[in-house]
Design a protein around this ligand. Structure first.
Ligand code: CTP
Length: 404
């Protein structure tokens, strides 16, 4: 219920993508928002007011006044009621009018008088989308603070294929949710570094030493931080997943050395770091320039990689917090305590490969959180997203004891 209590005004313009707007309204309602809808007269040709009134649970407004009884629909009160105004779809025509201050329907007068943040999700044919007039209008709106939710590439109603499909309703809702998290979240104004995924250490141009880390735990932590309003720097080794939130700055790396450089550069102005990466402990002493040919037995000399967590532990100021992971197979508690101390961490998340469903490549994890002061909290088997909540709750609790 990330949008609980938020007032969201949805503006619908006359484009075929309007058939997706009722789904968008439901996405907002499902997240706890109160939704009102304003439509342009043309939008009624694409989706009915009855549908939108039913899913939003509020009457729809289209005209300046009701011709039956003269009741006035106030754009001013709609604009001040809204915490966010989301125009989806936003046609080329409506955006041109918005950029030029034209006020010939209720959706537009509401735009001109809205004091909240306005989002626009463009949808149109690819040629209209790339026309210099449209490009310029979108640029103007962006400069004036309208959050443009980029159209996607794909099949269009015209039968052509290209950029112009309205972003999916769930993605639009996610964008709005991220905006409120940045504005009101418990970690707003905080910056957190997360390392994630494996590292690949090159042997030659086609081979590397790596490991089975999927990056799922680190990405779940980054999303949880972002959903609470933190700005996240996610330094990630090679993984098959991607980050969703706009509040996450993903910096891709391959080797431990590259990860160290990015992590050190980011950590200086971070409030905390959570080290989830499965960093290769060793790298080949030399990288062959050409592919190594097969000629009987072969050995590679390995040299120790830098310990990224320990390096940050040495850099850490009193106002910063570092958390890490300990993936163990035996003597778990002792090993985890040892790492916590050696790397100057504030807490460590222990997961044991002896536990079914814990560790690499699964969607679940079973962890015990050990804090510097000795507090030890075991948790049951959970999804990685739920484990991330427990970890960030711990981080927030420790952060609240530090003066910013
Ligand atoms: N870590 C790191 N850089 C390394 C090795 C580990 O930043 N070169 C971090 C991991 O991201 C994790 C913590 O240190 O948060 C512990 O990682 P782990 O692999 O369990 O510990 P190691 O120090 O590598 O010890 P070992 O492999 O001997 O158990």
């Amino acid at each position: 219920m990330q949008l609980k209590g938020k007032h969201i005004l949805v503006g619908v313009t006359g484009g075929i993508a309007a058939y997706k707007t009722p789904i968008l309204v439901r996405e907002f309602v499902r997240r706890g928002a109160e939704v009102k809808v304003v439509m342009t007269p043309m939008a009624k040709q694409f989706v009915t007011p009855l549908t939108l009134a039913t899913v939003s649970k509020n009457p729809i407004v289209v005209d300046f006044f009701d011709p039956e009884n003269g009741q006035w629909n106030s754009h001013v009160s709609l604009g001040t009621w809204a915490d966010a105004y989301v125009i989806a779809p936003a046609t080329a025509n409506t955006m041109a009018k918005m950029a030029n201050g034209v006020a010939d329907n209720l959706l537009l007068t509401t735009y001109l008088s809205a004091r909240c943040t306005v989002f626009a999700a463009p949808a149109m044919d690819l040629d209209m989308m790339r026309h210099p007039a449209t490009v310029k209008n979108i640029e103007t709106l962006r400069e004036r603070g309208v959050e443009i939710i980029e159209a996607e590439d794909g099949e269009l109603a015209s039968g052509l294929s290209g950029k112009g499909r309205m972003a999916e309703p769930a993605d639009i809702a996610f964008c709005v949710e991220s905006y409120f998290a940045r504005r009101d979240g418990s970690l707003k104004g905080r910056k957190v570094l997360v390392t994630a995924g494996p590292t690949y250490e090159k042997i030659d141009p086609v081979r590397f030493i790596g490991n089975y880390s999927s990056g799922k735990m680190g990405y779940a932590i980054a999303e949880e931080l972002a959903s609470r309003g933190a700005s996240v720097v996610l330094v990630s080794g090679p993984v098959k997943i991607s980050a969703r939130s706009q509040n996450i700055d993903v910096q891709k790396v391959e080797s431990a050395k590259q990860m160290l450089d990015k992590a050190k550069a980011a950590f200086a102005d971070c409030d905390a770091a959570i080290m989830t990466a499965a960093v290769a402990d060793f790298a080949p002493a030399d990288v062959a320039e050409q592919k190594i040919k097969r000629h009987g037995d072969f050995s590679i000399q390995l040299v120790a990689n830098p310990d990224i967590a320990a390096e940050l532990g040495r850099m850490k100021s009193e106002k910063q917090i570092i958390a890490g992971f300990a993936l163990e197979t035996n003597d778990e508690m002792n090993n985890a305590h040892g790492k916590l101390e050696k790397k100057n961490m504030d807490f460590i998340v222990l997961n044991s490969l002896a536990d079914k469903g814990a560790g690499f490549m699964t969607d679940t994890n079973k962890v015990t959180i050990i804090e510097k002061n000795g507090t030890t909290t075991p948790y049951p088997l959970k999804s990685k997203a739920d484990v991330a909540i427990d970890i960030i709750d711990t981080l927030e609790r420790l952060m609240s004891t530090i003066q910013k």
